[in-house]
Design a protein around this ligand. Structure first.
Ligand code: NAP
Length: 282
């Protein structure tokens, strides 16, 4: 039976470290803050935003919520982003995705000042991650690395297979594993004989967005399996991409859903906001 890598516990430790540093910053007179921008009425986005506000309260950040109506124009949102870029009490800016269809997400993400881009989605930050000279790491992939470290999994020299190549998870995940000397394979929907690839993995990371996608026959005995997926099954229950009940019998370690990568993503956002606050309050 696989060891369970407890994301909730590791995330609590990350947040405790952040909280201690926030207190130190406050003692020097700073009042670090994160702006969270929500456009429209997507219920899932609403939940994500209120979780981020809870996390801010927990670590001691001020949080500033900007809830805009569904019909907000791109120009109006750009105006708000420009205002937040210039506001010294805002250290980090997060625009919750997805945005309504009249707004180009790229245009908005590119307008956020790279020094306040706590999601690390701005092309300058993406490029810096590529060359290994970064201030912010993308929250989910950085959370996965933190979990592997906390679980004592050595990445160095290991064959790491990532399923998924999105800009927010798969691609940066591959890059961070490469920076840690993993030998990386990135798979996607056009990969031929996926199971043949995944069975090579010492560390297998699933970021597909399909419930029960990774089955036991796709996993090498003893592999470490990280499940990034967040899907709703037929009963409306939150499940990952990995068929947990069968894969945990084959893997040496596995992350649960919920309580795995999700809490880590939130914790790393807090760490990135701290990094931004420190950069802006040298
Ligand atoms: P995405 O943009 O939809 O990307 C999914 C990736 O999976 C794509 O690269 C796609 O390949 C690949 N894929 C789809 N079907 C496949 C198949 N049959 N075989 C191999 N690859 C296949 O999703 P995402 O934003 O990366 O998110 C992935 C999952 O992680 C979702 O469940 C999301 O909710 C979850 N997520 C969780 C967190 C967290 O904090 N836990 C954070 C972010 C995302 P192509 O590129 O070829 O289409």
């Amino acid at each position: 039976m696989a060891a369970i890598i407890n994301g909730k516990e590791i995330a609590a430790n990350v947040k405790a470290e952040v909280r201690a540093e926030v207190e130190a910053l406050k003692a020097k007179g700073a009042n670090p803050g994160l702006a969270v921008v929500l456009v429209g009425n997507n219920p899932a986005s609403r939940v994500y935003v209120s979780n981020k506000e809870k996390d801010c309260a927990e670590v001691g950040f001020a949080s500033y919520e900007y809830a805009l109506p569904e019909e907000t124009t791109e120009e109006e949102l750009l105006e708000l982003v420009a205002k937040l870029n210039a506001d010294p009490k805002i250290n980090g800016i997060l625009v919750q995705l997805p945005l309504p269809k009249q707004i180009c997400e790229q245009t908005i993400l590119h307008a956020i000042s790279p020094s306040k881009d706590v999601d690390a989605f701005h092309p300058e930050n993406v490029g810096r991650i590529m060359i290994g000279d970064y201030s912010f790491l993308p929250c989910t992939p950085a959370g996965v690395i933190e979990m592997l470290d906390a679980a004592g999994v050595d990445i160095n020299g290991k064959h790491c297979v990532v399923i998924g190549r999105s800009n927010i998870v798969g691609k940066p995940m591959g890059m961070l594993l490469l920076h840690r000397n993993g030998t990386v394979t990135i798979c996607h929907s056009r990969t031929k004989d996926l199971a043949e690839q995944t069975r090579q993995a010492d560390i297998l990371i699933a970021a597909v967005g399909k419930a029960d996608f990774v089955t036991a026959d796709m996993v090498k005995p003893g592999a470490v399996v990280i499940d990034v997926g967040m899907n709703r099954n037929a009963e409306g229950k939150l499940v990952g991409d990995v068929c947990y009940d069968e894969v945990e019998k084959v893997a040496s370690a596995i992350t649960p859903v919920p309580g795995g990568v999700g809490p880590m993503t939130r914790a790393i956002l807090m760490r990135n906001t701290l990094t931004a606050a420190k950069m802006q309050n040298p």
